[in-house]
Structure formats: structure tokens, C-alpha cells
Design a protein around this ligand. Sequence first.
Ligand SMILES: CC(C)(COP(=O)(O)OP(=O)(O)OC[C@H]1O[C@@H](n2cnc3c(N)ncnc32)[C@H](O)[C@@H]1OP(=O)(O)O)[C@@H](O)C(=O)NCCC(=O)NCCS
Length: 187
Amino acid sequence: MVLRIVVKEMVKGDLPFLLDLWHMREVMRYADEFPRLRGWSKSDDIEYAWGRYQVMRGELGKEYTQLVLRLDDDTPIGESFFACLEEGYTFGKWSKPEGIVSVMGDIKLLPQYWGQGLGTAGMRQVVRYVFTATICELFVVPPNRKNPAAYRVYEKAGFKLFTGMRSWRNHQIMEMSKEMYRESYGD
Ligand SMILES: CC(C)(COP(=O)(O)OP(=O)(O)OC[C@H]1O[C@@H](n2cnc3c(N)ncnc32)[C@H](O)[C@@H]1OP(=O)(O)O)[C@@H](O)C(=O)NCCC(=O)NCCS
């Protein structure tokens, strides 16, 4: 059976699921929080985490979004977070192109759902979301060099490796412009 993935912005009721996911060592092994710490994801206090998210979302707009990935039947299976990069932002030798609205994001799934194509399907939904619900013109992801599954998922979703640096803090950058999105997704 082919499982379908649906991507939606988090609601308060998703926080117990998210906080549990972020406490799993195998999920978090290669995950650093880029471009900046959320500031609320390590909390066990749901009221605090929800309040902080609302404040950040209010200040930063739709280009700062916590998504939850669900199966058709609404079961949450993972998450994706993206945030806007400031002018002058650098990641090792990579720098945000001037004047181009750029977001950095990632994806994480519960381990029991790995290896079935769901990461790729989920990332494709996240890409669609980013380029349709926000004003983003460039979407970048920072895979850890020791995490081949992440590279593969991002590659299959249409991202291209930035070859201008070896790595920074063990991470590389993969990029997708809105033009690349339009060409490969046909939207
Ligand atoms: C990264 C992650 C989302 C991938 O999800 P997934 O559902 O397993 O992804 P898919 O099944 O769609 O594809 C995985 C691909 O990686 C490949 N892969 C997995 N492990 C690999 C390894 N050790 N070496 C090489 N390729 C590997 C698979 O073969 C597959 O590619 P293929 O379809 O060409 O065979 C999932 O592993 C995860 O949540 N990891 C923990 C969080 C994380 O590290 N997120 C990444 C950024 S923070």
C-alpha cells in the first residue's frame, strides 16, 4: 500500500508528539538546529513552548513555520521546521544571496517509518508548502556529512549540493531555488 503524506502547520495538540520525537536519540543524532535555535523545542513545558512559538511566528511570519507530517488517517509521523535567513547570513563559505528571501529547513521522521520512501514524499510536500505558502525564493537544507539518508532524501526532493565548501561544523548545504522547484515539480 502506498502511504500518502499530508503536511500541516503544527497546532498546540501536536506538541507532545513533537517533544517526544525530539527526545529520541536516533532521530536527533545528526540534527543541529539551524539556522537558529528555536528556543522552545527543548522545553518539556507545553504552555511555554506554544507561547514561544506563537511569539516567534508573530514576529517572523509565515517564513518561520513548524510543520507536522501526517499520514492520511491523521497519524503524526514526523516534522519539518524552516526559518528565514537574515541578510548577511553565512554558513561556512555559503552565504545567503543578497535580496533573495531564503529559508533553511529540515525533516525528521519517527524511526519506524524510515526506509519506505516517506522521507522523500514528506520532503516533497514540505518543498511545495515552502514555495506556495511563503514568499521564499530559495530553500536550503544543511545535511550532516555522516547522514547519507538525509542527502539522498534532499537530492530526490530536488535539492542540489552547494560545492563551494567542504563542510561547516560537519554540515553541507543543499539548495533549491523557486525556479528549480517550478521546473521539477511542474506547479
Ligand atoms: C533522513 C530521514 C528523514 C529519511 O527518511 P526515510 O523515510 O528513511 O527516507 P526515504 O525512505 O524516502 O529515502 C531514504 C534514502 O536514503 C538512502 N539511505 C538510507 N540510509 C543510507 C545509508 N546509510 N547510506 C546510503 N544511503 C542511505 C535509502 O537507500 C534511500 O534512498 P533510495 O530511495 O535511493 O534507495 C530519516 O532517516 C530521519 O528522520 N532521520 C533522523 C532525522 C534526520 O537526520 N533528519 C535529517 C536532517 S536533520
